[in-house]
Design a protein around this ligand. Structure first.
Ligand code: PYC
Length: 320
């Protein structure tokens, strides 16, 4: 049988250490419009493309992919569908920053504001300045404060449930666990156990939204930042950046508890020590409109080859 090759053009970048792979050519042809519609179509009929792009041997567990798709609204520069090795994300701000430097590299941004449609809603960016991009995110809010959950092996944990473009459970580490790069495997085991416990006890965001991101906050390493986090993403991988949607959820919680005012800047370090800067405006419907700023670098422009005869044409997919 003859070997057929499908070619998928990608541009890779990293935002504060967290990778983004933007698929610029190689999607199935379709007249569909809209990030949600495209996400459902790709998930239901072409999920192999996600695993081929995000998983080994072409990708790796930390990779976040972004398909550029036709938006619903003509004033959006593009629609985006975000995904990783485990599935699809609602929103992704490190990814939006990666998409923005990629669009700028391709000459596809206009001066001033550019709107990008994501399954979480429309976000607004401006062309990068020396790689720095500010994203005005979707409305973010604290859904519930101090929610207790019993975590096997760890005892009772309390956290806030908040939306920042994904659903988060936010925990202050205190003396419970060290938020440090040297402690990655314990942080991963802890946050996976928390997420399992939340799911087992039916603790969700609004409209039964699954809490698939867990954030743990500790003291910053130096006075460059206000706080340092570890963020577990869907699957078992951690965010190398401070997680933009997670920072938005944090800003919403800080504002809800009177610890962050409009006009103040919050500097959130991620587990590598790289920083996202955040601020808020009050949203008319309650909660806040966060703006998160971070820096991205393009790392590669390449063409992925997917051979029909390759036993790993669709990636190495783990069931866990
Ligand atoms: O930056 O929003 C983010 C994000 C979500 C998952 C990985 N990064």
């Amino acid at each position: 049988m003859s070997d057929e090759v499908q070619r998928v053009k990608v541009i890779d970048s990293h935002t504060a250490g967290e990778p983004t792979r933007v698929v610029i050519d190689g999607l199935p042809k379709s007249d569909l419009a809209g990030s949600v519609v495209w996400r459902d179509f790709l998930r239901d009929q072409h999920d192999w493309l996600r695993t081929a792009v995000a998983c080994e041997p072409r990708g790796h567990e930390a990779m976040v992919g972004a398909y550029l798709v036709e938006p619903t609204q003509s004033d959006c520069v593009t629609g985006v569908v975000f995904f990783n090795n485990a599935g699809y994300l609602h929103g992704c701000l490190h990814g939006t920053i990666g998409v923005t430097v990629t669009l700028a590299h391709l000459g596809r941004l206009k001066e001033g504001e550019n709107k990008i449609e994501t399954p979480a809603g429309i976000v607004t960016v401006r062309p990068p300045e020396d790689g720095w991009v500010s994203v005005e995110n979707v409305r973010s809010w604290r859904h519930a404060a101090g929610v207790p959950v019993d975590v096997p092996g760890w005892g009772r944990v309390h956290g806030d449930v908040a939306w920042g473009g994904n659903w988060f459970y936010l925990i202050e580490a205190g003396d419970m666990i060290k938020v440090d790069f040297s402690n990655l495997s314990q942080l991963t085991n802890f946050t996976c156990a928390v997420r399992d416990a939340l799911n087992a006890r039916g603790i969700t965001g609004a409209d039964n939204g699954e809490i698939d991101h867990i954030e743990v906050f500790g003291a910053p390493t130096d006075d460059e930042a206000d706080s340092k986090n570890f963020v577990l993403c869907p699957g078992r991988e951690y965010d190398r950046s401070a997680c933009g949607t997670g920072t938005s959820a944090k800003l919403a919680c800080l504002h809800a508890s009177g610890k962050l005012q409009v006009g103040q800047t919050w500097k959130q370090a991620g587990i590598l020590g790289t920083i996202f800067e955040g601020s808020v405006e009050e949203a008319a419907e309650g909660g806040v409109i966060p703006t998160v700023k971070g820096r991205a670098f393009i790392t590669a422009e390449s063409e992925l080859h997917v051979h029909s005869s390759d036993p790993f044409a669709h990636g190495i997919v783990s069931s866990s």
